[in-house]
Design a protein around this ligand. Structure first.
Ligand code: ZN
Length: 119
């Protein structure tokens, strides 16, 4: 099985009490963002290949289930249920909990973590 091809969604939640992945600090981020080593390597290659070092940055990567739950509850309070269901994965159902998913934004733009303007 290719460990980088994992489907995680509401229909395919992560197993409970799964070992946390091995993580490294990712490049091109304004905050401390962690990813699985292969994801961090590919992100760095992509940014360098596109020469976007000065334009884009990593906003978010690995999240624990607790962090995902916090994000869900925060968005629910701030934005309501339908918005939250559209932009935030349920705790236990986010690819961010694998350390393989990334959120990308424009550098220095204080972008919204839940729904970045940068597509
Ligand atoms: Zn994301």
């Amino acid at each position: 099985m290719n460990p980088y091809l994992q489907l995680v969604s509401k229909e395919f939640p992560l197993e409970k009490n799964q070992e946390p992945p091995h993580l490294v600090l990712a490049a091109f981020s304004e905050e401390e963002v962690y990813l699985q080593p292969e994801a961090a390597k590919q992100w760095e290659r992509l940014v360098k290949a596109l020469k976007l070092e000065d334009e884009i940055c990593l906003l978010d990567g690995y999240r624990t289930e607790k962090q995902q739950r916090h994000l869900w509850e925060y968005s629910l309070k701030e934005n309501g249920l339908s918005y939250t269901k559209q932009f935030v994965a349920l705790p236990g159902c986010s690819e961010h909990q694998l350390g393989l998913a990334i959120d990308v934004g424009l550098k220095g733009s204080q972008d919204d973590l839940i729904c970045p303007r940068f597509r």
